[in-house]
Ligand binder design. Structure first.
Ligand SMILES: *Cc1c(COP(=O)(O)O)cnc(C)c1O
Length: 248
């Protein structure tokens, strides 16, 4: 097992390699370090190594971690304050703490949740950056808005005063149940997201709409080849998660 700074370096190298391979400019892809199930020490190590953006899925775990990291950061001067992204499913009775403690939310799939986040965003904070999660695999059990409803939801979210609609997010489903990843299936889904992103951007005519959040440890290069601007990486930075500690 390598240390977090080395892992971060390796992931950055993979990102640069993938950007070059598809002739995208260097630094066009931002790295979101997914720290769910990992502790404050892991976040501080990554911060010290220069990582800025962190993703969390479970609200209670995240709030405790954010407070603990906040208390430590002054000791680690001149570290910058981390930028927290919420990337988990959102219950409507949990929107207030999300609106108060995060800079980004990637998992908007219903207007009601977006309205609550907008209403509950503290007025002294800048608009909350949000992405609409799209159910690109079309499976009934998966989170996200259906492809054919994404533009309508985007228009409604774009009109909310304390949110800034930044783009789309997706978690492709492996189409095969084999242990080997079905990369053709995943690639088709990323490719469909790239087209949907372009269509919605065209329809909205918005410069703010600049983010395609897709790609995880196992498929970041394919995601970058299909236009990802944020990759969400956990395992390749922090190591394997102990799933028994994850909450549903
Ligand atoms: C856990 C998680 C990730 C990170 O996945 P890895 O395979 O560990 O890189 C990315 N996105 C979301 C939404 C997640 O829940």
């Amino acid at each position: 097992m390598f240390a977090i700074p080395q892992n971060l370096q390796a992931v950055h190298a993979q990102i640069v390699h993938a950007e070059k391979a598809c002739q995208r400019p260097e630094n066009s892809v931002k790295l979101l370090a997914v720290s769910k199930t990992f502790g404050v020490d892991a976040v501080l190590q990554a911060l010290q190594a220069g990582q800025h953006a962190f993703g969390e899925n479970y609200l209670q775990e995240a709030l405790e971690k954010i407070a603990a990291v906040q208390a430590q950061v002054p000791l680690y001067a001149p570290l910058s304050t981390p930028e927290w992204h919420f990337i988990g499913p959102i219950q409507s009775n949990k929107t207030a703490p999300i609106a108060a403690h995060f800079a980004w939310v990637h998992t908007i799939e219903r207007l009601k949740i977006a309205q609550r986040l907008s209403q509950q965003r503290p007025p002294e904070m800048p608009a909350l950056n949000v992405c609409i999660q799209v159910n690109i695999s079309g499976e009934a059990t998966k989170s996200g808005v259906a492809v054919h409803e994404a533009l309508q939801l985007a228009r409604e979210v774009q009109a909310l005063p304390h949110l800034r609609l930044r783009g789309l997010m997706a978690i492709p489903a492996p189409l095969s149940t084999d242990l080997a990843p079905d990369s053709a299936g995943v690639e088709q889904q990323f490719s469909a997201m790239q087209r949907l992103f372009a269509d919605i951007k065209q329809a909205l005519q918005s410069d703010d709409f600049d983010t395609l959040s897709m790609g995880m440890s196992s498929d970041l290069a394919i995601a970058i080849a299909h236009g990802a601007t944020i990759v969400r990486i956990g395992t390749a930075i922090f190591g394997a998660r102990t799933y028994s500690t994850e909450k549903a």
